[in-house]
Ligand binder design. Structure first.
Ligand code: MG
Length: 258
C-alpha cells in the first residue's frame, strides 16, 4: 500500500483502488482474528467497549495511519486530521449484535477529502457481504452494481429503523436490526425501501461509509431536517432518513414530522 497523495479528480480512481485494497486487507485480518475469538464480552480496561471492538480497532487504525491517512475511529482518539485524506472508521458497527452472536455487524470505512466522501467500504464481518462505492462511479455489492428499489409509496415499503418506530406511518412491514451501516447498505441494494432513525441520532462513523454507498446507488439521504449528509469531522449526532426514491423519502419525512 503506497501512501495516498493529494489528488486531482483524474487520479481519484487510483486513490480509491488503493483504499479498497487496504480495506479488503484490514477486513480479512479482522475476520480472521474474530474467527478464533471465544469471549465476545466487555473489554477489561476499556469502559464501554467490547473485546471485539478493541481487536478490530487495533488491527485497522495502525494500518490506516501507516498508509499516510488521518483517522477518526469510534474506538480511539482522532489522529492526523491535518492530512489530505482522512478515513472515518467504525471498526465494528453493531457490536451488541456481535456480543449476542447475531450475524449483523460490520466494518465501515469512509475515505474523506476536503470534507467530501470519495470512497467507502462496508463489510458484514459475520457473513462477508461487501459493499463499496466511489464518488461518481456507482455502488456495488460483492463486485456487482447495486441500485435502490425505487419504491415510491409508503404502503408498499419495507422500512428498517434505528431504534423504536415512534408511530405507524403506513409502511407495509418494518424491521429493526441494530447496525445502521448494514441497514443503510440494504437500502442501497434495494432489499429495504427506507431507513429511518428514530433514536438519539447517529455518530459520523455509523453512517459515513454507508451514506456514500446509498447516494451512489440512487438513494435520497438527508438528516431529519432535510439537510444533506455532512462529512464535517465533528461529533454531533444526526438523525438520518434514507429512501430508495425521493418520493418515499419526502413522504416519510413529512409523515414523521407531523
Ligand atoms: Mg462501533
Amino acid at each position: 500500500m503506497r501512501v495516498l497523495k493529494v489528488s486531482s479528480v483524474s487520479v481519484l480512481g487510483m486513490e480509491a483502488s488503493s483504499f479498497f485494497e487496504l480495506s479488503e486487507q484490514i477486513s480479512d485480518e479482522i475476520m480472521s482474528s474474530l474467527s478464533s475469538l471465544e469471549d465476545w464480552g466487555k473489554a477489561d480496561g476499556h469502559p464501554g467497549q467490547y473485546k471485539h471492538d478493541v481487536i478490530a480497532d487495533e488491527i485497522a487504525t495502525p494500518q490506516l495511519v501507516a498508509a499516510g491517512l488521518g483517522v477518526i475511529s469510534e474506538e480511539s482518539e482522532p489522529t492526523g486530521l491535518d492530512k489530505s485524506f482522512v478515513v472515518i472508521i467504525d471498526p465494528i458497527d453493531g457490536s451488541t449484535n456481535a456480543n449476542l452472536g447475531l450475524p449483523w455487524y460490520a466494518l465501515s470505512l469512509c475515505l474523506v477529502h476536503n470534507e467530501e466522501a470519495v470512497a467507502s467500504f462496508v463489510r458484514n464481518l459475520a457473513m462477508g457481504e461487501t459493499f463499496r462505492a466511489e464518488l461518481g462511479s456507482g455502488a456495488e455489492k460483492n463486485g456487482h452494481k447495486i441500485v435502490v428499489s425505487g419504491v415510491a409509496d409508503v404502503e408498499d415499503s419495507i422500512v428498517v429503523f434505528n431504534d423504536l418506530p415512534t408511530k405507524h406511518f403506513g409502511w407495509r412491514q418494518y424491521r429493526t436490526l441494530g447496525s445502521a451501516a448494514l441497514d443503510l447498505c440494504k437500502v442501497a441494494d434495494g432489499s429495504f425501501d427506507a431507513f429511518v432513525d428514530t433514536g438519539e441520532g447517529l455518530a459520523i462513523w455509523d453512517y459515513a461509509g454507508a451514506a456514500l454507498i446509498c447516494k451512489e446507488a440512487g438513494a435520497k439521504i438527508t438528516d431529519s431536517e432535510s439537510n444533506p449528509i455532512s462529512y464535517q469531522l465533528g461529533t454531533q449526532r444526526r438523525q438520518l432518513i434514507c429512501a430508495g426514491s425521493a418520493e418515499l423519502h419526502d413522504t416519510i419525512l413529512s409523515l414523521i414530522s407531523q
